[in-house]
Each structure stands twice: as C-alpha cells, then as structure tokens.
Write a protein that binds this ligand. Structure first.
Ligand code: GRF
Length: 210
C-alpha cells in the first residue's frame, strides 16, 4: 500500500524465545501504512526461533548474550546501545526474559513497552500462566504496559481478559492468551508509534478515546 506520508517509528523488538509476538508485529509492518518498522531484533541468547523469524523478514538480529555480562546495568546499557545503533526510537519487549535496570528508562523514557500473559497486577513474573491455573482464577488475560523501574508494574496501556477453562493446561491456556496477544500487541504498538498514548502518572490515556 503506498502513500504513507509520516515516517515510520523505528522500533527494536527484544526477544528470548519463540518470537510469535515479534512475528505478529513483523506481519503488521509488512503493510507500508503500518506506523512502526522493526529495525532490529535483539535477543538475550543465540539460536532462538525469534532470530530465525527476524532473518526471514530481512530484519537485523543481534545477540546481546546475557552470559557475557556480570553486571545487570552493563547488560542493560549494551542492549540499549544495540537498539540505538540501529536507529530504534523505542524498545518493544516481546517475551524478553531479562530484567533491565533504570538506565533503560533514562535512555528510552516512556518508550519501552512490555506484554505480559496475565491481568496485572495479578501474577507478575516469569510463571504467570501456571500460577493463574494453580490459583484457580476463572479469568486471566493479557496486559500491555509501559516499563517502569519495577517488574511487570508500569502504566497499563491495554488489558483483555481470557477465560481459564476447567481442564486447561499451561499449554492450552497460554495458546488462548497468545491468540489475543498477537492481535492486540501490533495495535498497541501502532497507537504508540502514532503518539496516541499519553501517560498521566499511572493512567494511560488513548487520545482517540479507544
Ligand atoms: C508471551 O506470552 C508474552 O506475554 C510473555 O512471553 C511470551 C513470549 O512468547 N512475556 P513469544 O516469544 O512472543 O512467542
């Protein structure tokens, strides 16, 4: 589709694994009207499926290997430098399994997004899906939020609920949650890229009222 006049917002997508959310953003950005462009994919480890997806899409993939660093802040700065070196103006965390320090917030202020497979503030951390099942909740879901200095805590941009069924395993619930993730994350990234998200303390306002 031709005719987009505004430049696209250059984004880095940070990954650690399968990269299905990365794929949903790459697929959305195949439309030249989509307001963001993935300029680099950064992984905390080599040889993950997400890097193959990047290569298949012709997007540079960079490994900033967690094991090469002894200091979390040094690691954070290296990740941010890799993003900035590729011209990224925002970092989109998509299954990235490392905790970044506040340096990332200084370098990309209000320009880091994360997606979490639960309705925060319930079930933060790396085991949200099995913990939701073990707790017996009837609804879980998806949260997209801005990063702040605490883990899985920043201002919430969007949430959508997903039912937890009586016979759900971690795999079946996560698959149902990911269906929603793949639809909403590209939409939120587009809203961010077009400046439609305004942060007011913990509240995120969608300027078009959505
Ligand atoms: C997603 O479910 C996301 O919510 C969580 O990690 C998972 C990443 O999946 N943070 P993928 O790598 O995008 O397939």
């Amino acid at each position: 589709m031709a005719g987009r006049s505004d430049p696209r917002c250059p984004i880095a997508v940070l990954v650690s694994g399968s990269g299905s959310n990365l794929q949903s953003i790459i697929d959305a950005s195949a439309d030249s009207d989509y307001p963001a462009e993935v300029v680099v994919v950064i992984s905390d480890r080599p040889a993950v499926r997400a890097l193959e997806r990047a290569e298949a899409a012709g997007v540079p993939g960079v490994v900033v290997d967690w094991h090469d660093f002894s200091d979390r802040d040094e690691y954070t700065r290296a990740v941010c430098a890799a993003a900035a070196d590729h011209g990224a103006e925002a970092m989109i965390l998509a299954g990235f399994m490392r905790i970044l320090t506040a340096s990332a917030l200084d370098l990309f202020p209000d320009r880091i997004l994360n997606i979490h497979p639960a309705l925060l503030p319930s079930f933060p951390g790396a085991h949200a899906v099995p913990e939701a099942i073990a707790h017996g909740v009837k609804l879980s879901g998806v949260t997209v939020h801005f990063l702040d200095a605490e883990v899985d805590h920043g201002p919430i941009i969007l949430q959508e609920s997903v039912p937890v069924l009586p016979d759900d395993s971690e795999e079946t619930l996560h698959a149902r949650i990911q269906q929603v993730e793949h639809r909403v994350y590209p939409e939120v990234v587009a809203a961010f890229a077009t400046g439609r998200l305004r942060i007011d303390s913990r509240l995120v306002h969608w300027e078009d009222g959505a």
